[in-house]
Write a protein that binds this ligand. Sequence first.
Ligand SMILES: C[S@@+](CC[C@H](N)C(=O)[O-])C[C@H]1O[C@@H](n2cnc3c(N)ncnc32)[C@H](O)[C@@H]1O
Length: 252
Amino acid sequence: MEEIVKKIKEKKPLDNLDDDYVLGFIDEFFKKEPKLKKKYENQSLKKIDVKKIVKNVRNDLNRFYGQFWLSDSIRESSHRSVRERNLFYEKFYYEIFFRIGIDFKSILDLGCGLNPLTYNLIPNYKDTYFIAVELTKKDCDKIVKIFKKDEIDGEVIKADLRRYNDFPKVDICFMFKLLESLEGEGHKLAEHLITNLKASYIIVSFSTLDTKGRRMNYPRRGWFERMLSRLGLRFDKFEDFNEIFYIIEKAL
Ligand SMILES: C[S@@+](CC[C@H](N)C(=O)[O-])C[C@H]1O[C@@H](n2cnc3c(N)ncnc32)[C@H](O)[C@@H]1O
């Protein structure tokens, strides 16, 4: 298995991923392809089988991680989501803080990407404690550098959000374009996160573009709105710059 993991990680930026994370995706792939799993167990995988495993698992890893990290450098153009909304950040933070006010002291940013590059556009950022969470050590190291350069008070946590979500109580939690990057099918994890997070406001965003870059006919997420109503959570929403935002209030 070590050899297969090594082969999968030969393509950048998948080399940043922990072996255990990659192994989890191989396991998932084997569930869909039990014949290949049998062959692996009998040590009878052919070259073509290995190629198939590597290709499919890389596709899955790119869907959840690789597609977002465009280069190793630390600038807005190096992360897909930040690059997409780069010119609009000021307006977009305005839209958020206009709705929830600026009486906050802490922000938790889950699956933050290179968002920390824009924290200095947030009102009161000098008096705010930021907790930024990302999947790999290499990306977390980049974020630590941003914190140092921009003198951001806070911490960076390396965590796989599919397993770990024991975060401290905060005023605001960002989950920008995160939920659909965490789980393939179903919404169990989304519900788990929303239910367990201790934040007065959770701000969740989704893209309003489809995979071909066209505007979706129905960008609002019905499943998400139904889930929030079922959990008894009040929410407001607005749409801006190819993104739909849900501002969720949690009574703590
Ligand atoms: C669509 S990007 C959004 C980035 C950022 N929130 C933004 O909107 O600019 C999703 C991010 O989630 C991170 N991610 C994906 N799976 C993760 C996991 N299991 N745990 C933690 N972070 C994860 C990716 O590395 C990526 O940076």
